[in-house]
Design a protein around this ligand. Structure first.
Ligand SMILES: NC(=O)c1ccc[n+]([C@@H]2O[C@H](COP(=O)([O-])OP(=O)(O)OC[C@H]3O[C@@H](n4cnc5c(N)ncnc54)[C@H](O)[C@@H]3O)[C@@H](O)[C@H]2O)c1
Length: 247
């Protein structure tokens, strides 16, 4: 019997990186998981043999209707949703100054990073309100707190996620639902590998511990945030930055 036995968690972006690590940890701690990602073969490859406790759903997280349908499907299958963790995210094109950014790319990054968190939480909150319990975690970024030069779309979309976390935390504070965010600095995942090396160095050089965070460190903090133990913190953005953010 793990800490999350009997609980049901939706994790978006679970085919790779931080979402994948969190999904493994919650499964190991006894949760049932519903995993959303547009990389359906990736989900199948990682979790295809888990059986009853894993529901794998291939979808584009920017399709609001599809997200709502998928949340209904999860609720029908497991009868409840205790936890939502939003891990889908893209950097968009980076290493550009703001006047060089295309509006199209800016819109796309906002749709994937910010609107997706709105779509999933909009679909899940009514079910959590009915049970007067829920844990929502949006994965933001240190870029949203500090603003990384060369990353306008990413930084601004993550700042929007942090803003929404504050609003939602207050709105549901008396309902048994907590809403928090997590702001990692650099965790070496495919998202980081896809960025220009100069942009990655810019971010890593700012970390006082002079190293990247690990997937284990990210999964450990994320699972604490969505645990029932974390009951008096909401609307907050947790730090995971090796000392870069001290606020
Ligand atoms: N890795 C880091 O250093 C770091 C730092 C700060 C914040 N973050 C944030 O953490 C989260 C996870 O990042 P990661 O490094 O694990 O990324 P990743 O690229 O390894 O994984 C992201 C996953 O999201 C999926 N995805 C992307 N667009 C999608 C869409 N439209 N619909 C459905 N699925 C989609 C991808 O298929 C992939 O499986 C992101 O929000 C990211 O911004 C990461």
């Amino acid at each position: 019997m793990g800490e999350f036995s009997g609980q049901v968690a939706i994790i978006t972006g679970a085919a790779s990186g931080i979402g994948l690590a969190i999904a493994y940890k919650l499964l190991a701690e006894g949760a049932s998981v519903a995993l959303f990602d547009f990389n359906e073969p990736g989900l199948q490859q990682e979790f295809g043999t888990v059986g009853e406790r894993a529901l794998l759903i291939g979808l584009d997280i920017t399709d609001e209707n599809r997200v709502a349908e998928a949340v209904t499907q999860v609720n029908q299958r497991f009868g409840q949703i205790d936890i939502l963790i939003n891990c889908v995210g893209i950097t968009g094109i980076t290493n550009l100054r703001s006047h060089e950014v295309s509006s199209e790319n800016l819109h796309k990054v906002f749709e994937v990073n910010f609107m997706s968190c709105f779509y999933t939480s909009k679909a899940v909150v009514p079910l959590m309100l009915a049970r007067q319990y829920g844990r929502i975690l949006h994965i933001a970024s240190i870029a949203g707190k500090e603003g990384n030069a060369g990353m306008l779309a990413y930084s601004a979309s993550k700042a929007a996620v942090i803003g929404m976390t504050k609003v939602q935390g207050k709105e549901y504070a008396e309902t048994g639902i907590t809403v928090n965010a997590l702001a990692p600095a650099v965790i070496r995942t495919p998202l980081v590998d896809a960025m220009p090396e100069v942009q990655v160095r810019y971010m890593t050089d700012k970390i006082p511990m002079k190293r990247c965070g690990t997937l284990d460190e990210a999964a450990n903090l994320a699972t604490y945030i969505v645990s029932s133990k974390n009951s008096f913190t909401t609307g907050f953005t947790f730090d995971l930055s090796g000392g870069r953010a001290t606020y």
